[in-house]
Design a protein around this ligand. Structure first.
Ligand code: ADP
Length: 489
């Protein structure tokens, strides 16, 4: 099939989280492992190094016109490790220091920025003969509506990576984004008097996926549906959960260039060396004999970081060390730094650092992921690949990937059901117990390293979905033809 795969962020060009990982790994697997002609498309943000990736200008620009204004979108392209990419450049969309806004905030014109992206995607569809357009998250959801409005026949799949971010804007935004007022109704875009882009993705696409089977069920409930549970329930026939995966070439402890020592499940000595080197790096070598727990992620409530902050005094009293990497709003960062100051065994690093994150996955004994909700979560899969045991709140994709030790189901670790700082401390105590049992801990480590959370498995499921959509379309067109010919007879 000829597939156009669109996302606002794609690794390694721009990344704020798991969307970027998946938006690189899935199209790459669809083309290199499964032979589909796949092109990934994203904005060419100003911070992307065009020379480093040999990004070249492609012929003429796309000329768009909507909301009473013309927009000339320049096209660029490159091939990065078996993946063909198209980049879209318009100054309004791209000339910003951050993807969506400074930490904890959003740019006020994100509607216009991503409307340019969405209109440009539809212009690309009109030019190329794509069989399928795969859209991700709210940033490009309007493209579904625009494509159907332009009577483009291409099949459209829409993937929800995180229902908490829906692209909600004031009603006045419709006009400047080039969306007709007739779509401002509850069954389509209207959402409590505002415009909700995610609703366009849900309403106008042939199939909706989310990134784990459990999250697909959870988002139909008021607890996890973020106000869209009723809307999603009315489209549930199109909805399915397909578990994400990770790129096993990028996340590979036996060849990872970011690590001071490489290792695999048969030779774990390199992992101990990674731990020693990392503890030296952060000035905490005295904790080498104790278990090292890590937390990597955005400092937002979703990730349960507020529970960790509240539990800090109790964590300080446990025989372990904890290393935290990430950032959030200025006020939360300050709050967390204050809490960490009283805990000698806790190290806090602010910022986004890909290479450091790899060193931490390799160094750690446990990954703490007390998310209040989690669509899929990649950290726990990456951790297991690096022989680091996940300690997770059993929600969404964490429930689907982390099973009790000894269960024999792919992905084992510590799962907890309770809420709040107390539940986090109790889970860490369970981890300590496991760590004390050398033989059991080593077996678990090796078992997790052998589990298959590869993107190829995920890509095969998407392939099945794409083919089933093509079949349905083919059958219905045959049916239509038969009906019209029997009418002519
Ligand atoms: P999210 O909800 O943020 O998308 P996921 O678990 O799906 O969470 O994916 C997170 C991805 O981002 C993982 O690859 C993780 O290692 C990476 N990541 C998150 N925060 C940081 C950070 N501060 N530095 C480096 N990598 C990070």
């Amino acid at each position: 099939m000829k597939i156009l795969f669109a996302a606002a962020e794609i690794f390694p060009f721009a990344k704020s989280g798991g969307l970027a990982d998946m938006a690189y790994a899935l199209p790459r697997a669809l083309s290199s492992a499964l032979g589909h002609e796949t092109t990934a498309v994203m904005p060419l943000y100003a911070f992307i190094d065009r020379n480093k990736y040999q990004i070249q200008s492609l012929h003429r620009p796309l000329t768009l016109s909507f909301g009473g204004n013309p927009y000339n979108v320049e096209l660029y392209g490159c091939r990065y490790r078996d993946l063909d990419l198209i980049f879209l450049y318009h100054p309004i969309l791209c000339d910003r220091p951050h993807l969506y806004g400074p930490p904890g905030r959003a740019y006020p014109d994100n509607d216009l920025r991503f409307a340019i992206f969405s209109h440009a995607l539809v212009a690309l569809l009109q030019e190329g003969s794509f069989d399928l357009l795969h859209l991700n998250d709210w940033h490009c959801a309007l493209a579904a509506l625009l494509a159907k409005e332009a009577r483009i026949e291409t099949l459209i799949v829409y993937t929800i990576h995180n229902l908490a971010y829906q692209g909600v804007f004031p009603a006045e935004s419709l006009e400047r984004c080039g969306i007709g007022r007739e779509h401002f109704r509850m069954e389509e875009l209207e959402f409590y008097g505002q415009v909700n882009w995610m609703k366009a993705g849900i309403y106008w696409t042939d199939a909706i996926t989310t990134v784990s089977p459990s999250y697909a069920r959870e988002i139909l409930t008021p607890e996890f549906g973020c106000g869209l549970e009723g809307f999603l329930r009315s489209h549930r026939k199109k909805l399915r959960g397909i578990l994400n995966g990770i790129d096993y070439e990028i996340f590979d402890p036996s060849s990872d260039p970011a690590l001071p020592s490489v290792y695999d499940s048969q030779k774990l000595r390199g992992k101990a060396q990674c731990k020693a080197a990392y503890l030296r790096e952060i000035g905490m070598s005295e904790y080498e004999d104790l278990p090292l727990v890590i937390f990597i992620g955005r400092f937002v409530e979703q990730k349960g970081i507020h529970w960790i902050a509240e539990a800090m005094e109790k964590i300080a009293a446990l025989p372990l060390s904890l290393a935290i990497l990430g950032d959030g709003s200025e006020s939360f960062d300050r709050h967390l730094a204050r809490r960490v100051r009283c805990a000698a065994n806790v190290h806090l690093a602010f910022g986004y650092d890909e290479s450091l994150s790899h060193r931490m996955y390799a160094a750690a004994d446990f990954l703490l992921m007390p998310s209040t909700f989690e669509a899929c979560g990649l950290n726990q899969m990456i951790a297991m690949r690096y022989g680091t045991i996940p300690v997770v709140h059993r929600v969404g994709g964490l429930r689907d990937t982390v099973h009790p030790p000894g269960s024999g189901v792919c992905g084992e670790g510590i799962g907890f059901d309770g809420h709040g700082p107390g539940a986090v401390v109790a889970a860490l105590q369970t981890a300590l117990g496991l760590y004390r049992d050398d033989a059991r801990f080593g077996t678990l480590r090796r078992f997790d390293m052998g589990c298959d959370f590869s993107i190829e498995r995920c890509a095969r499921e998407y392939q099945r979905l794409y083919i089933s959509l093509e079949d349905v379309r083919h059958r219905s067109s045959v049916h239509r033809k038969r009906q019209s010919s029997s009418w002519i007879e």
